[in-house]
Design a protein around this ligand. Structure first.
Ligand code: T3D
Length: 261
């Protein structure tokens, strides 16, 4: 029997688009799918021809979180700690640590750990018909896979608590109002729009990776620590060929052509 790959990929215009690919189960997450995603992300991070990554879902869903049938079938129950550490956390850490920008193209429902994956990405663009639900509480769990870290930081404690404690479904317009996603586009325009955005990032300067690192650090750092981190990052950015190109382009009144070096 031919089995479909759990992750589909397309590498075009310096953009790697990855589809979570279990459409009949709304791309719910199995260990195999998480491990395959981690492998693809790690490879992409080491590939200088990948300038930006897009994560989306096959079919009508983005990702419905942990595959609950697998969790229920586990012989003797799941060792949750081990499960999280070995399969979920490597993916979330990878998304966060990659210098390469990652965009979640939320094409349909993002629930539970599927929402957490989207929150761990750098940008989120939703299709009009997309919905987001912090589904953990509905089945007696707490937000995991970084969900309890990212949600309050993205939308504030009060709104995050409401979303996590009530487990209500948020539609794309509400998600935009909350700041959970930065853009909403029609369903048919989702992938073309995100591809264009990703191409723009892929053609960006070396400083993009430093910006990602710097802003993520700023959530933990004191003011003084952040000023030092800015200084270190700016020293690196100012030593890049892209800085020379950016300034030359400005002074000669032409568009800059960055090379990511
Ligand atoms: O193990 C650990 O380490 C713990 C980690 C936990 C992390 C988590 O993510 S916990 C949260 C898990 N996710 C959920 O609780 C969400 C469950 N799904 C839903 O509530 C609904 O499916 C949705 C609201 C997401 C979408 O509803 P709807 O009506 O659009 O679709 P549907 O009919 O419910 O689902 C379509 C199919 O996908 C259906 O299969 P069938 O009956 O056609 O064969 C459904 O069972 C399947 N499906 C959807 N979500 C999951 C799933 N199958 C397994 N696991 C799922 N999470």
């Amino acid at each position: 029997m031919v089995t479909e790959p759990l992750i589909l990929g397309e590498h075009r215009d310096s953009v790697l688009t990855l589809w979570l690919n279990r459409p009949s189960k709304l791309n719910s997450l199995t260990d195999e799918l998480l491990d395959a995603l981690c492998e693809r992300l790690t490879e992409a991070g080491a590939d200088s021809t990948v300038g930006a990554i897009v994560i989306t879902g096959s079919g009508r869903g983005f990702c419905a979180g942990q595959d609950l049938a697998v969790a229920a079938d586990a012989d003797g129950g799941i060792d949750v700690s081990r499960h999280l550490r070995h399969h979920y956390l490597p993916v979330v850490r990878c998304l966060r640590d990659l210098r390469t920008p990652v965009i979640a193209a939320i094409n349909g429902v993002a629930a539970g750990a599927g929402l957490s994956l989207a929150l761990a990405c750098d940008l989120r663009v939703a299709a009009e018909s997309a919905t987001l639900v912090n589904a953990f509480v509905r089945i007696g769990l707490v937000p995991d896979a970084g969900g309890s870290y990212f949600l309050p930081r993205l939308i504030g404690l009060a709104r995050a608590l409401e979303m996590a404690m009530l487990g209500e479904t948020v539609d794309s317009e509400q998600a935009l109002q909350l700041g959970l996603v930065s853009r909403v586009v029609s369903d048919t325009e989702l992938l073309p729009t995100v591809h264009t955005l990703a191409m723009r990032l892929a053609r960006g300067p070396l400083s993009l990776g430093l910006i990602k690192q710097l802003f993520n650090q700023s959530l933990e750092n004191s003011f003084e620590q952040q000023l030092s981190a800015e200084e270190r990052a700016q020293v690196q950015a100012a030593a890049s060929a892209d800085f020379v190109e950016g300034v030359t382009a400005f002074l000669t009144k032409r568009p800059a052509h960055f090379t990511g070096r």
